[in-house]
Design a protein around this ligand. Structure first.
Ligand SMILES: Nc1ncnc2c1ncn2[C@@H]1O[C@H](COP(=O)(O)OP(=O)(O)OP(=O)(O)O)[C@@H](O)[C@H]1O
Length: 219
């Protein structure tokens, strides 16, 4: 067991953002967190990454390494640092140059290694942050809307890459608006709208009449 939420509430003054949340994540799970704007997804991720505490209830988190790919690109994208500097220096683990080069090649970014971040496109910057998250070799990888700036080809490549990591035992937590992305057999779904609307496998979710890709919310 990596994460266990028991009756978790988050309240801001009188407004209840998360209500009686219960779910658990086991090692090797692929969990998709879905729900409309304002449904509490980001708040839940903040609790998982220890940036926020529940108002009530208990969130138990195993002492494992979390990697986090945030929804919004970091402002460091405006700094004159190069791709290499961002990967090497902004990573607590100080990854080896070999590990950096391998991932740069896999993500088709090697030619841009010494380019300043501020001159990369949005999708290229997003790839750099993907590589940075992977370089920390996390036990649990949290992806918050990771593909918003990625073109369809790279998006497909990205998800098959993530599936491979999941096959090797990495736990994946994927926040998304679009269920057509990143879904695979055996993956689980946590549907939020203040409270848990659904928690179970993708197959169970389909049995309830939900279709792949049919879960559209305004972004
Ligand atoms: N610091 C805060 N103070 C008061 N209300 C907050 C605060 N942070 C978030 N909220 C409210 O909590 C609710 C849930 O926000 P949250 O960011 O978790 O939603 P979300 O599901 O991630 O939405 P989106 O899909 O738009 O990213 C929103 O109504 C938001 O206005």
């Amino acid at each position: 067991m990596i994460i266990q939420a028991e009756h978790v509430f988050v309240e801001y003054g009188t407004s209840v953002v998360l209500k009686d949340i219960q779910f658990q994540v086991n090692k090797g799970d692929y969990l998709n967190i879905i729900g409309p704007n304002g449904s509490g997804k980001t708040t839940l991720i903040k609790i998982l990454t220890n940036l926020q505490k529940p108002t009530q209830g208990k969130m138990t988190i195993a002492p494992v390494v979390f990697g986090y790919l945030p929804q919004h690109l970091n402002q460091s994208a405006k700094l004159p640092a190069t791709v290499y500097e961002v990967l090497k220096l902004s990573n607590a683990k100080r990854p080896s140059n070999e590990a950096i080069d391998t991932l740069l090649k896999e993500m088709e970014m090697f030619d841009l290694k010494y380019h300043p971040m501020q001159r990369l496109s949005g999708g290229e910057q997003q790839r750099v942050y993907i590589i940075r998250a992977l370089l920390s070799n996390p036990d649990v990888l949290i992806l918050d809307e990771p593909t918003s700036a990625l073109d369809p080809n790279f998006r497909q490549f990205f998800y098959s890459y993530i599936e491979k990591l999941n096959d090797q035992g990495m736990t994946i937590i994927h926040v998304t608006h679009d269920l057509s992305d990143g879904l695979r057999h055996g993956s689980k779904i946590l549907e939020l709208d203040q409270e848990v609307k659904f928690f179970g496998t993708f197959e169970q979710y389909q049995l309830l009449g939900h279709k792949k890709g049919g879960h559209h919310h305004h972004v």
